[in-house]
Design a protein around this ligand. Structure first.
Ligand code: AMP
Ligand code: ZN
Length: 493
């Protein structure tokens, strides 16, 4: 008997706009695809929030006993500037600016991405495929779509014919847009484009002479469109129909809408049973985004070396802060919010660390099984982590009451309490057991960031003797400062 046979999950399906009872295609197995990062710059905390939401979901599904195949791709080609069909490839552009190979860009930021996720205690996905590793699959898919009459070639590029598709299918059903409205809201063709209609999107683009990332195809030496990679890779590893597809809310249109269209055009069926979209992280009330520069990188938040926050925060505190909102709500990252989460997080850890010292009694005065089920109910209700955390704080109260002797638990109930709180705190929410004492490193980060700020002031005042002194004396005690484009970071030897 697996837990999933008694715990029934409801998922908010963005396609239907309602919470639906979750039934996987194959009992006991779940296929889940989440759009991964485009590896052309450091991930910011907004990206981390989205991936963290799906990490928590992955963890809970595994805890329930499902065999989950979780595929999260790496976009290393085909993602053009402004998410459009014209403009430079984001990775090629970075390579040109830094005068390195595109694959060096990919390597650098893939490593950065993995390091950040490790810091935040993510579980690795089951498969992490790359777009460049699946060019053949993408070419085959384009051939299918052309054969079925839903794409056309012009000058070596291939475009998806949205209007033709909409005659038999429904383009816009995920993002709730009507093609007619899209037609009215799109600018007329500027004469530069080969597309029949501005709503059409590229499946294959002929590479301009300066475009380095290119592959041979039946149509031209070129590269695949961004939307196509996810269709090719999800189909390859999860099948033509699978259970869950996730990503940030900003990917609903056009990216996910186009994925649905491509699948229906190639295979005649809608690929995904449950579409899940994580909401955006804001920084002091404004959407966090690489394009606008309103971002904070995880390193800056962890070291305290940034202009937004009063101190450094431990990874688990940030994870806890993120879990305190539903993945479907907009979340504003503020210093006050983080300070409040830090207090709550350490209160929870202190209570958990008391568990070993609690004494059992003959009788229980607390209905612990009812409390346990409430934890499951919260997660079963579309992974409602803030409600789960409220129940964990209920347990903090129980722990303190049992410790003081005002409430009692039998040894069996005490074990249930221990097991349940550990499962949800560590296995499901992915927090790590650090206490304020362990957070000495956190204090060290705070102290070093004060010195980094003083050094920046010294430099601004052209007091290079002082700035060098700060750097050298820190180095002498084993703390290396590293100046980068985005500020100064440090490492401890
Ligand atoms: P990108 O590398 O820009 O393709 O983004 C990777 C993932 O992060 C996508 O799922 C985006 O939807 C998500 N994302 C981007 N900005 C934010 C944000 N401010 N808050 C939450 N998720 C975001
Ligand atoms: Zn995708």
């Amino acid at each position: 008997m697996q837990l999933y046979q008694e715990q029934h999950i409801k998922i908010y399906n963005s396609l239907s706009g309602t919470k639906e009872l979750f039934t996987p295609i194959n009992e006991g197995h779940i296929g889940m695809y989440v759009c991964g990062p485009t590896v052309y710059s450091n991930v910011h905390l907004g990206n981390v929030r989205t991936f963290m939401s799906f990490d928590m979901i992955f963890r809970y599904l595994k805890h329930l006993g499902y065999k989950v195949r979780y595929v999260r791709n790496i976009t290393d080609a085909g993602h053009l500037e402004n998410d459009a069909d014209a403009g430079e490839d984001k990775i090629t552009k970075k390579a040109r600016l830094e005068q390195i190979e595109p694959m060096e860009v990919v390597q650098r930021y893939t490593v950065d991405f993995h390091n950040i996720l490790n810091t935040f205690n993510f579980l690795p996905p089951s498969i992490e495929p790359t777009a460049t590793g699946h060019i053949i699959e993408q070419i085959e898919l384009i051939k299918n779509i052309i054969d079925n009459g839903f794409a056309y070639e012009v000058n070596g590029s291939v475009y998806f014919d949205v209007h033709k598709f909409n005659e038999t299918n429904e383009y816009g059903k995920l993002s709730k847009r009507k093609l007619d409205d899209l037609v009215h809201n799109t600018r007329a063709l500027d004469g530069q484009s080969d597309k029949k209609n501005p709503q059409d999107f590229a499946l294959w683009k002929r590479a301009e002479p300066q475009h380095i990332m290119r592959w041979p195809s039946p149509w031209s030496d070129g590269f695949p469109g961004w939307h196509l990679e996810c269709t090719a890779m999800s189909t390859k590893y999860l099948g033509e129909q699978f259970d869950i597809h996730g990503g940030g809310m900003d990917l609903k249109f056009p990216h996910h809408e186009c994925e649905i269209a491509q699948n229906e055009a190639a295979k005649g069926q809608s690929p995904v049973n449950y579409w899940m979209h994580a909401n955006m992280l804001e920084l002091n009330g404004q959407r966090m985004s690489k394009t606008t520069g309103n971002t904070v990188n995880p390193d800056e938040l962890l070291s305290g070396n940034n202009k937004f926050f009063s101190k450094a925060y431990a990874p688990s505190v940030i994870r806890f802060f993120i879990a305190q909102s539903s993945y479907r709500s907009i979340l504003d990252l503020t210093d006050d919010g983080l300070l409040a989460s830090e207090k709550g997080f350490y209160r929870l850890m202190d209570a958990i660390n008391l568990l070993g010292s609690l004494k059992s009694s003959e009788k229980s005065s607390i209905a612990i099984n009812a409390w346990k089920q409430k934890c499951y109910d919260a997660m079963n209700d579309d992974f409602n982590s803030p409600i789960l955390i409220a129940h964990l704080f209920e347990a903090v109260k129980y722990i303190n009451q049992v410790k003081e002797g005002s409430e009692s638990l039998t040894s069996e109930d005490l074990n249930t309490l221990k097991e349940t709180i550990n499962v949800f705190t560590f296995d499901v929410l992915g927090l790590e057991n650090v206490t304020k004492k362990d957070a000495g490193t956190d204090k060290l980060s705070g102290a070093v960031s004060v010195l980094i700020k003083l050094r920046q002031e010294a430099r601004a005042n052209k007091d290079f003797a002082l700035s060098d002194k700060i750097r050298d004396e820190l180095a002498a005690v084993g703390i290396q400062l590293k100046d980068g484009k985005d500020g100064t970071t440090f490492s401890v030897n």
